[in-house]
Design a protein around this ligand. Sequence first.
Ligand code: AMP
Ligand code: MG
Length: 323
Amino acid sequence: MKVLGIESTAHTFGAGIVDEEKVLANQKDMFEPEEGGIHPREAAEHHYQQARTQVKNALAEAGLEPGQLDGIAFSRGPGIPQCLEVGAVTARALSVKHGLDLTGANHCLAHISIGERTTEAEKPTTLYVSGGNTQILSFRSGRYRIMGETQDIALGNALDKLAREMGHPHPGGPEIERLASETDEIKEMSYPIKGMDLSYSGLTTEARRMHEEVSEKVIANSFQEHGYAAAVEALERAMSQEKTGNALLTGGVAMNSRLREMVEKMCEQRNEDAYFPPQEYCMDNGAMIAHQGMLRLQNGEKLAITESGVRPDWRPDEVKTAW
Ligand code: AMP
Ligand code: MG
């Protein structure tokens, strides 16, 4: 089964194609704001400009005509409503024009299933950390339960905000990582864990207030050490409770080498496996939506056009997964 997947939840417009054997294409373009964060209307405009090109590029990469596809999937949520609409409209149009089965993918679950596909992870306890999401998920009785999550902003968003306030460009995560690598000094900050949940908004404010007395590299390092340790602690507790025996780290922040190191060490101490998908599958991408779409279509989970509205607040634990 060949499925085209469209990703458009936030800054990335992606088009990917998979079948059972291979990822046949994975094309994307990222909206990069000139200043500030992601403006929904501007990001959606970017996606409209890119939609045709990215789909065409994906078909060319796979060496396929649209009629040779078996289905089409779009990222139905969670995400920025205006951005989600672009992917949905594109998918519906292709579905009608070429007579393709349509399905909608949950973005968070797509991160997990592409992680399972591209590593040896099996129903992993997952730390999903990105620009818009921060969740710890674990599979139980047919669903990925949210074991813990941020109560305010996502970890990636916090890194982006902090970097922006220090005058560095978007995306902030790599900038903070670079600054942090220049020192071993850590200033004590609040520890942003609340039970199994996390909270990064206050930590960002605290870091900003340190700006007068403390150097940028020490702020960056302190933020990383506190922010990442809290996320890994919540992950460890979920692993301890759920006994899944393996962890998956995914989302854009999963690119961070200090965070990877912490997850690796924690799993090593527990004698459990840690998995990290290749970089192109950690970031938002079309192939993960195509893969999730393929699993859904194989399970008969088609969407009628009239029922294919986007779901900006769609939580992954609302989805009963047969795959
Ligand atoms: P996503 O929303 O999954 O596409 O991921 C984007 C987020 O990942 C942004 O908030 C980036 O700042 C963050 N990010 C990318 N690379 C790194 C890195 N090396 N360290 C920390 N965060 C990163
Ligand atoms: Mg994502």
